[in-house]
Design a protein around this ligand. Structure first.
Ligand SMILES: Cc1cc2nc3c(=O)[nH]c(=O)nc-3n(C[C@H](O)[C@H](O)[C@H](O)COP(=O)(O)OP(=O)(O)OC[C@H]3O[C@@H](n4cnc5c(N)ncnc54)[C@H](O)[C@@H]3O)c2cc1C
Length: 422
């Protein structure tokens, strides 16, 4: 542990990957840190993601031409992206910002910002992984994207060029090279692209648990409480109000993922945070396991070899935080995996499957909110990581720890500031 300033009481709200990474780095700087979560660590969105540590994930979700695709999304219930009609009025302002975020200039700037945040993910996690003894959970086998047609391969060139423009090495693969890398892939896939610099985790939930255990061993505290609001005095926040009482704090870090919007508003920061719900299915003892995470460019899903089985994760559903899951989305992912890997059994009993739904905390410009609150200088925001919270968790933690100490953050955080929403 390196003590750089006088130890203070820091309260972190949220024990997902982002909150635990922030808490761990702040604790390592010598502060007294309490993490508050209404559940146990890692049981939110960080539980079930695809586990990809893709330092190359610089392509924002809103890209030029996105507006033309909206009607198709609204009409295709089996597509990679669905919207529940009833949620449209709530989503409309977010959707409008999302469409406006997709100009070529904005996309180029977002990609640069994402590369700075994500590019060193494996290095940024390294000290936490070592302290947590979690080396066995991290694998470096690269990431493969596969295509069913030359046309699909060509269509994805713009996104790949954006990666290359940001220093990512992307190898274009012929059908033979694809077979050599992943012999179990369906013959329907005729082209591929390999990015070697990336990694993945064997179980994202266990990673959060290991970080939490190391944090507690190191003197940090994790308390179960549901945060309702804040205590204020002389223009500063003095404590966090939970169901079980007030937790005094010299500084606060808001890392409550998709649930951060109302808490940020209580702190004076209106943010256009919504949720892109996503699903997974885990198939235990699969007949075949890929050697590395593979994403289907056509289906927009990821198949990741995990400790507990083959996890197929993805899809986007706009339906807010309250609507019940639509498990047909997970079943659809299973069917897509069976198409991708013909050796998988066709008839799989429920005892071999687990289904999950989670809430990506999504900003319309694909950039998280990281930085000090507009109104309260002793509040640091760390939420809104959308599709890249696992990848970006460690760098977010490093930035937040620097801000808590009044030091310069390791990267330029101007693109992530809450002030960008006016
Ligand atoms: C299908 C799918 C696949 C994905 N794949 C990837 C991937 O491969 N790589 C990647 O980087 N990202 C991926 N993501 C995104 C990633 O999972 C998220 O960005 C990330 O988990 C967000 O972490 P978080 O800590 O901000 O939120 P969470 O993990 O949701 O944690 C927030 C915590 O705050 C707590 N909380 C909320 N409100 C309160 C309150 N009022 N009081 C107390 N506690 C509260 C919750 O209980 C929760 O534990 C994927 C997401 C999905 C859905």
């Amino acid at each position: 542990m390196t003590t750089s300033t006088t130890p203070r009481d820091i309260v972190v709200i949220g024990a997902g990957i982002v909150g635990m990474a922030c808490a761990s780095f702040i604790r390592r700087a010598g502060h007294r840190v309490t993490v508050l979560d209404r559940g146990a660590p890692g049981e939110g969105t960080s539980f079930g993601n695809a586990g990809c540590l893709n330092s190359s994930s610089v392509v924002p979700i809103s890209m030029p031409g996105v507006l033309a695709q909206v009607p198709r999304w609204l009409l295709d219930p089996e597509g990679p992206l669905v919207l529940r009609w009833r949620y449209l009025p709530d989503l409309a302002p977010w959707l409008w910002r999302f469409v406006r975020a997709g100009t070529p200039e904005k996309v180029a700037a977002q990609a640069r910002a994402l590369r700075a945040l994500l590019g060193s993910t494996l290095e940024s996690y390294a000290p936490l992984i070592k302290a947590a003894g979690a080396e066995d959970l991290v694998h470096r086998a690269g990431h493969l994207t596969v295509y069913k047609s030359e046309a699909g391969f060509a269509k994805d060139a713009r996104a790949m060029d954006l990666r290359r423009a940001n220093g990512v090495v992307v190898d274009d693969l012929s059908v033979d090279e694809l077979r050599q890398l992943e012999p179990g892939l369906s013959r329907d896939f005729v082209r591929g692209r390999m990015i070697a610099e990336t990694g993945h985790v064997g179980d994202p939930y266990r990673l959060v648990c290991r970080l939490a255990e190391a944090f507690v061993r190191d003197g940090g505290e994790i308390r179960r409480d549901s945060v309702r609001g804040f205590e204020f005095a002389d223009g500063a926040v003095t404590g966090v109000r939970g169901e079980s009482g007030v937790h005094p704090a010299a500084q606060i870090v808001l890392a409550a993922g998709a649930w951060s919007k109302h808490l940020a508003l209580e702190l004076g920061d209106a943010v256009p945070l919504d949720t892109e719900r996503g699903y997974h299915v885990v198939l235990r003892d699969p007949e075949i396991m890929p050697r590395r995470p593979i994403s289907s460019a056509d289906g927009k899903f990821f198949a990741t070899p995990m400790d507990g089985g083959l996890r197929v994760a993805g899809t986007v559903e706009f339906a807010g935080l309250e609507a019940p899951p639509d498990w047909r989305r997970s079943r659809m992912l299973l069917r897509q995996a069976q198409d991708m890997f013909p050796a998988l059994a066709r008839d799989i009993g429920d005892e071999r499957l687990s289904l999950w739904m989670g809430f990506r905390p999504s900003m319309p410009d694909s950039l998280p909110v990281i930085g000090k609150s507009r109104r309260h200088r002793n509040v640091v925001h760390a939420f809104g990581h959308g599709h890249v919270g696992l990848i970006g968790g460690a760098m977010t933690g490093r930035i937040v720890a620097a801000l808590v100490d009044g030091a310069a953050p390791p990267i330029d955080i101007a693109p992530f500031r809450v002030e960008r929403f006016g």
